[in-house]
Design a protein. Structure first.
Length: 251
């Protein structure tokens, strides 16, 4: 990997609020015309000095509940963020890259299942980037990307009456069932690393991998996962949970 060039270190410059295009962008965003608002901000950035554009675009997306688009915007602005120390980026970048939406319910259901809320936040960030309307190619739904059949099974355990798959688009319901399902995986494998692998690749595959050798610790297991996608999935979530802890302290 080439060394990171910090000569163009990102800064958190003030937004030129007196710029007419910036003012127009705010009005467009208030009218839910985000694409037009972003276009106006980019045009304003060509007129004004300062490194304020990525944070301002991310803010508009966050205000509209589009945390996935905000994260993507800041990833593009700081593509090597994962290799940087916290002081190397202004805090608004980190908070945009590692947001805490739905935090009250997220913390409630995580704690209720004896899970670290930051680990759950990292799992959601990896699965859906906090987009409650996300649907995968495998038809996994919502924040924690639950399959409808899994949601139905866990809803029965949780005594959630009159459950329908459509409820998986509701953040609170999705997190209630998703955290419970993840807890089931943790209890089954007695390790968060194994549980994360099972969440991504399925319990049967993890059991097969475990049968192929005796691992000294969960870290050795993670390094030995034959699926690159699953190996990086587990590594990313554990790494990002640590970033959340560094950013926000005790949950």
């Amino acid at each position: 990997m080439p060394p990171i060039n910090l000569s163009d270190k990102l800064t958190d410059d003030p937004v030129p609020s007196d710029n007419l295009r910036v003012q127009k962008a705010e009005l467009l965003a208030n009218g839910s015309l985000l694409d037009f608002a972003v276009r106006e901000l980019r045009a304003a950035a060509e007129q004004e000095k300062g490194n304020w554009l990525p944070i301002e675009i991310a803010r508009l997306y966050e205000d509209a509940g589009r945390y996935d688009a905000a994260i993507e915007t800041l990833k593009h602005a700081a593509p090597n963020y994962f290799a940087l120390d916290l002081p190397s980026l202004p805090r608004p970048y980190w908070e945009g890259l590692f947001p805490k939406p739905f935090w009250t319910d997220l913390k409630k259901y995580s704690s209720g299942n004896a899970l670290d809320p930051y680990l759950v936040a990292s799992l959601i960030r990896q699965e859906s980037a906090f987009n409650p309307n996300a649907v995968s190619r495998a038809n996994a739904v919502g924040l924690m990307q639950l399959l409808p059949k899994v949601g139905k099974s866990v809803a029965k355990q949780e005594k959630l009456k009159k459950f329908t798959p459509q409820q998986l688009f509701t953040p609170a319901v999705n997190m209630q069932l998703g955290t419970r399902y993840f807890r089931i995986m943790v209890d089954k494998f007695s390790s968060f690393e194994y549980a994360l692998a099972a969440y991504n690749a399925g319990s049967d595959r993890v059991q097969d991998w475990m049968a192929q050798g005796k691992y000294r610790d969960p870290q050795e297991f993670v390094e030995s996962i034959p699926f690159t996608e699953t190996r990086e999935y587990v590594q990313n979530i554990i790494r990002n949970a640590n970033v959340y802890r560094q950013l926000y302290g005790a949950p």
